[in-house]
Design a protein around this ligand. Sequence first.
Ligand code: NAG
Ligand code: NAG
Ligand code: NAG
Ligand code: NAG
Ligand code: NAG
Length: 341
Amino acid sequence: MARVNLSVVVLAVTLLLLAETQAQNPRKRLAPPKPVKAQCCDEVRSLKVQVANLTSLLEEMSRKQETDLLNIVRQMMDLDKQNRQQEARVTEAESKYSEINNRVEMIQLLQSANSVTQTSSDAVYDCASLYHRNYKISEVYKLPKDDFLGTPELDVFCDMETSGGGWTLIQRRKVGLTSFNRDWKQYKNGFGTIRGDFWLGNEHIFRLTRQPSVLRIEMEDWEGETRYAEYGFFTVSNELNSYKLFLANYSGNAGDSLRYHNNTNFSTINKDNDKCVDDCASLRKGGYWYNCCTDSNLNGVFYRYGQHTKSTDGITWYGWHGPNYSLKRVEMKVRPQSFHP
Ligand SMILES: *[C@@H]1O[C@H](CO)[C@@H](O)[C@H](O)[C@H]1NC(C)=O
Ligand SMILES: *[C@@H]1O[C@H](CO)[C@@H](O)[C@H](O)[C@H]1NC(C)=O
Ligand SMILES: *[C@@H]1O[C@H](CO)[C@@H](O)[C@H](O)[C@H]1NC(C)=O
Ligand SMILES: *[C@@H]1O[C@H](CO)[C@@H](O)[C@H](O)[C@H]1NC(C)=O
Ligand SMILES: *[C@@H]1O[C@H](CO)[C@@H](O)[C@H](O)[C@H]1NC(C)=O
């Protein structure tokens, strides 16, 4: 706006100067003074009219620019509104995430199931055995039913990359739409979607860890930083023994926040097996090996953007972010101690 104003003003000033020069010049030209003066004054008058016209033009232009500015502001507001609508759409899409995944998953499951059964008639216990059969892509696989081992058909997600691969995921938190406040039976059999948030199931975890196993827990906070905790020994008892947890030989950079839960039974909202007067599963809103109650709560409530000071029921790992910070992403995975990539 300033630029236009300036050029108009410069033009106006130039015209005024021109008028003055023309008013002086004729005097030098020996012409009769009176008519010249009249001519000069006429010219000056006409220039003044032009200047007046230009001034009004200038006013009109600045009015126009003001409406332009208003239009721009309005457009920006519209854009902002569109932006917010798009954000709402993203949230909606996210909630359809699991549903769509399910379908994609089914197709890929069928594919991987076919190839697994084609290449080998040997038992496939877990992702480590798949790895040794040359499946080295992190994917969903179907472990076939095995009558001899007494294991049912099972969908698993294999991490074939992290720290040598061969990991079978037993838990994941990342989308935040699946409730983990579930009862004993659901924790026993598993729930959620294998590509999204899920608990594999205590019965499956028990079976997987009958062979000496390693547990690896990977975590991410809302700033995008990642940490891990690894236990060189990890096993859970059977249902008769309340899926009691045993672990040893911590290593990692997240802190040893599962040690406190060592030697405790599994608890859910409808089965209080903790070592506390309080009902930890209800307080912490998850199923877990609650002691009294937590030094970590990986099956807690998913809180977007982490901070939740009113309750201590988030997805917490005290050794890293303390009791009031709910993590953005968690994966728990196991593989046999004997695994070598
Ligand atoms: C100034 O404007 C008036 C009407 O707006 C017009 O009639 C006149 O010719 C203009 N004069 C000049 C010198 O532009
Ligand atoms: C822990 O690690 C040590 C040293 O590698 C090993 O001797 C011990 O057996 C491990 N403990 C368990 C329970 O696996
Ligand atoms: C754990 O469960 C077993 C059997 O399910 C029970 O005998 C034991 O007392 C429980 N321990 C605790 C601390 O609740
Ligand atoms: C867990 O308890 C067992 C004994 O039951 C012990 O050998 C092991 O070292 C403990 N693990 C940790 C991490 O303290
Ligand atoms: C966590 O939140 C509770 C309740 O607001 C508060 O008393 C406690 O000091 C907080 N702890 C940390 C480590 O911020």
